[in-house]
Design a protein around this ligand. Structure first.
Ligand code: FEO
Length: 400
């Protein structure tokens, strides 16, 4: 059955949610599912903005057919060629072969890479940054948004209804459950953490490029943001734009501490836990501890973008860093985290090497520093080291 919602008189949400998928991009756990948003603008010409992932194909085509209400589909704007949005382009053109594809040259090339469609050039309306397309009452203004999240990405601004179609930007992990607008849910309580995990893991590396797009967006009068995943924003936009500005500039949201630890038999955890207690005794609130062996790296990356101070505690393993910590740190470094303070604790029964190696991994990160002293445990924490832990706690507090 068709399952659509109106956004404005002329714009309809045609998206659908996948509640069954376990791993988005076959990497990221999505315990609450994911939505794939697609939109139809109905003017003198009809315009589809992106398709959907193949998992929700049937729902999408039922929605599209119903929303078109017998009209032909004139244009399909392709903002992003990742298959969670363009997978159904080939099927779309089989059903609506007269539809013109509105995209940039890089997207046209990617279409030929993903599909063997042999489309004639006349089927494309090739656009560049700053170009416009009038479809009647509405004029579509195209904005290049390279690397948010792939190089071909663009956004569209409908200057008539002041709507920004923002591609992957401003998206959120999580299926939609009838409510498609952020103002219809308790976003901060129920969805902010997943929005942050989505942003930081998917486009967190490309903060500079996101900043460039935010600058372009600041020049527009935007009343509604329609992303490709998650909720549509039509109220309190600045709340979410402020979050994006912080994430894109690698500025911590909270002056807070997380303790990320790996522990084989519990002794490294014990030392990390004593540090947490000392911090708490000194009044530090909302400390969070994450076990790298039980926590998917995407959650730790998201938390590392949220807080100002990150304590890392790991044993030495095979002469290196405990492997689950090493993998987490590699992922963290790949996401280009900046402007953070790290504290290091390691453990080794005969050769404690993990601390130095963790520091070496993190040293290339921009504007990051280490809080001393580094704690090195020999097998298990001893009473004599409590003063070291207290000193580290004090330095963390002083630098928060
Ligand atoms: Fe939702 Fe980069 O695709």
């Amino acid at each position: 059955m068709y399952n659509i919602r109106k956004i404005t008189k002329d714009l309809t949400w045609l998206g659908a949610s996948d509640h069954r998928l376990a791993l988005f991009e076959n990497i990221y756990p999505i315990p609450h599912g994911i939505s794939y948003n697609s939109y139809l603008l109905n003017d003198e010409k009809t315009v589809l903005f992106d398709t959907v992932d193949s998992s929700v194909r049937r729902q999408f085509f039922e929605n599209l057919q119903y929303a078109l209400n017998g009209k032909k589909l004139d244009f399909a704007v392709i903002h992003h060629m990742e298959p969670d949005h363009c997978a159904e382009l080939s099927e779309l053109l089989r059903i609506y072969p007269q539809t013109k594809i509105v995209c940039n040259a890089q997207t046209q090339k990617m279409i030929a890479q993903f599909f063997e469609l042999n489309l004639p050039n006349e089927q494309f309306i090739l656009i560049k940054d700053g170009d416009c397309l009038n479809i009647g009452k509405h004029t579509l203004n195209f904005i290049a948004a390279p690397m948010v999240h792939w190089p071909e990405v663009m956004m569209t601004y409908d200057s008539c209804d002041k709507i920004l179609f923002s591609a992957d930007a401003f998206g959120t992990f999580g299926a939609l459950n009838g409510n498609i607008f952020a103002d219809e849910v308790s976003f901060e309580k129920d969805y902010l953490d997943e929005a942050r995990r989505y942003y930081t893991n998917i486009v967190g590396k490309y903060g500079l490029q996101v900043q460039n797009v935010l600058k372009k967006a600041a020049a527009l009068d935007i009343k509604t943001i329609c992303p490709l995943h998650g909720f549509i924003w039509r109220d309190n936009l600045n709340y979410f734009i402020d979050k994006y500005t912080k994430w894109a500039t690698y500025e911590p949201e909270d002056k807070a501490v997380i303790i990320v630890y790996g522990s084989i038999y519990g002794n490294t955890y014990d030392a990390a836990s004593v540090l947490a207690t000392k911090l708490a005794e000194d009044g530090i609130k909302n400390i969070k501890m994450y076990d790298v062996s039980k926590t998917h790296a995407s959650y730790i990356i998201s938390e590392a973008f949220r807080v100002s101070t990150i304590v890392l505690a790991a044993p030495t393993y095979n002469g290196g860093i405990f492997v689950n910590m090493e993998n987490t740190l590699r992922d963290l470094v790949a996401h280009n985290l900046q402007n953070r303070r790290f504290a290091i604790m390691d453990n080794g029964t005969w050769a404690a090497l993990a601390g130095k190696q963790m520091k070496d991994m993190l040293t290339p990160l921009k504007n990051c520093s280490f809080i001393e002293p580094t704690i090195s445990v020999k097998s298990s924490l001893k009473k004599e080291q409590i003063t070291q832990i207290e000193a580290l706690a004090k330095e963390i507090e002083n630098n928060l």
